[in-house]
Every structure is written in C-alpha cells, then in structure tokens.
Design a protein around this ligand. Structure first.
Ligand SMILES: Cc1cc2nc3c(=O)[nH]c(=O)nc-3n(C[C@H](O)[C@H](O)[C@H](O)COP(=O)(O)O)c2cc1C
Length: 206
C-alpha cells in the first residue's frame, strides 16, 4: 500500500467522529448516499449471508418520529437521512431459500450440501439475533468510514426503543431485529479531539 494511502486512511479515521447535531438545512446528494450504502453492501459477513437490510428515512416527519424512538437524540431528527440497519432473522433460517441461494454462490453439489449441514448446526447452537446484529455493525463501520472519506458526518445510534422503531417501520414480526440507526449529514459543530487508549494498552504481541 502506498504510504500516502496510509496517511489518507489515518486522517479519515481521526476526522470521523460521532456528530451530535447536524445542520438540518444541508442534504446529502443522492449519489453520495448511494456510495455510503455501497460501502455497507460490500462489507464482509459471517457465512457470506449479508445479514443487513437498509431502510433509509429522509422525510422530516419520519426522522422526527425516529428521533422520538431514539430517546429524543437530536442528531436523528436533524440528520439529512437516517439509515435504519435491520438484521435479518427469518431469512437466516436454514430452511429459508435465502440461505441456499447465497451459499450456492460459493459452493455446488456435495460441497453445498455439506455447507448447508454445517450452517444448520451453527444456526441451532448460536444466538442468531446477536450474531446477525454483529454483522450489521461491521457494515455500519464501513459506512461511517466511507461517509467520512467524502466529507459526510455520521453518528451511530444504538440508543433506541426497538418496539417503537419496529412500529414506525411497520416491520413484519420476527423478520428482522433492529441493529443500529446511522444518522448521516453535515455536522453543525466541529468534532473534538479524538480520545482513544494508546495501542500499548490495547495490544499484546506474543
Ligand atoms: C454501536 C454504537 C452505538 C452508539 N450509540 C450512540 C447513541 O445512541 N448516541 C450517541 O450519541 N452516540 C452513539 N454512539 C457513538 C459513540 O458514543 C462514539 O462513537 C464514541 O463515544 C467515540 O467517539 P467518536 O466516534 O466521536 O470517536 C454509538 C457508537 C456505536 C459504535
């Protein structure tokens, strides 16, 4: 990797911050929103099952209703848009054709049968909701980095009432869990200095 790419990426990671209030008068261009969603789509996922589903809210009344479901956090209502990241549940059932369709992109014949059997055991012994939400958080991280790279601010919102968000989106019961809300826009205030523990406290080389 060229050195300047390292410097560019580090600059993006330093600059990205959790925005707590957006400028409500500024909208994200559609192509920029699609770039951010594309970064989510291209994210890695366990078994390659792309556990995420993105619902984009842009209407003021929807953003306000979502803000109320997020304990009145103002960044939700002032954002240009909010991406509600849903974690698939029903599609991840081993008997759902979705699983075979996606596994068949990687395996065929006996290998596909073995992969399906392996997945069935995994599914039966896993907290599927937590596992699915975890994959969505990976997509969210990539989306926040992609947004920062093109000068768009974001805030991950884990503080929400799942029942209220489900009701707002009229979700089919049992189909999805709410993974995260991603508020996107142009921040109304500058980010503070990045506060992180030093690598020396976080890393062990063995
Ligand atoms: C999964 C997740 C959930 C979060 N939920 C909220 C939230 O509900 N409200 C909020 O203001 N920030 C939320 N944040 C942002 C964090 O508070 C923030 O990323 C952290 O304090 C580090 O600050 P920085 O992102 O500005 O570097 C969330 C972040 C993550 C990763």
């Amino acid at each position: 990797m060229p050195t300047d790419m390292k410097a560019q990426l580090l600059e993006i990671f330093h600059r990205r911050h959790a925005c707590h209030r957006f400028d409500p008068s500024r909208s994200i261009p559609r192509e920029d929103l699609e770039f951010i969603l594309e970064a989510g789509r291209l994210s890695p996922s366990s078994f390659g099952l792309e556990q995420w589903h993105f619902v984009v809210l842009t209407a003021d009344e929807d953003k306000k209703a979502l803000e109320a479901a997020c304990f009145d956090q103002p960044q939700v209502g002032t954002a240009s848009c909010d991406v509600v990241i849903l974690a698939k549940l029903a599609e991840l059932d081993p008997d759902n054709p979705y699983v075979e369709r996606l596994l068949a992109r990687e395996y065929a014949g006996e290998q596909l049968a073995a992969a399906l059997a392996n997945y069935r055991t995994f599914h039966a012994t896993t907290d599927v909701t937590a596992w699915s939400i975890t994959q969505c958080h990976i997509a969210a991280a990539n989306m926040m980095t992609a947004a920062a790279a093109i000068g768009i601010d974001s805030c991950a919102i884990g503080g929400f009432r799942p029942d209220a968000v489900s009701q707002l989106l009229a979700l089919e019961p049992g189909r999805y869990a709410i993974a995260l809300v991603l508020a996107l826009g142009f921040c109304a205030e500058p980010g503070g200095e990045k506060q992180r523990l030093p690598l020396a406290e976080l890393v062990q080389y063995r």
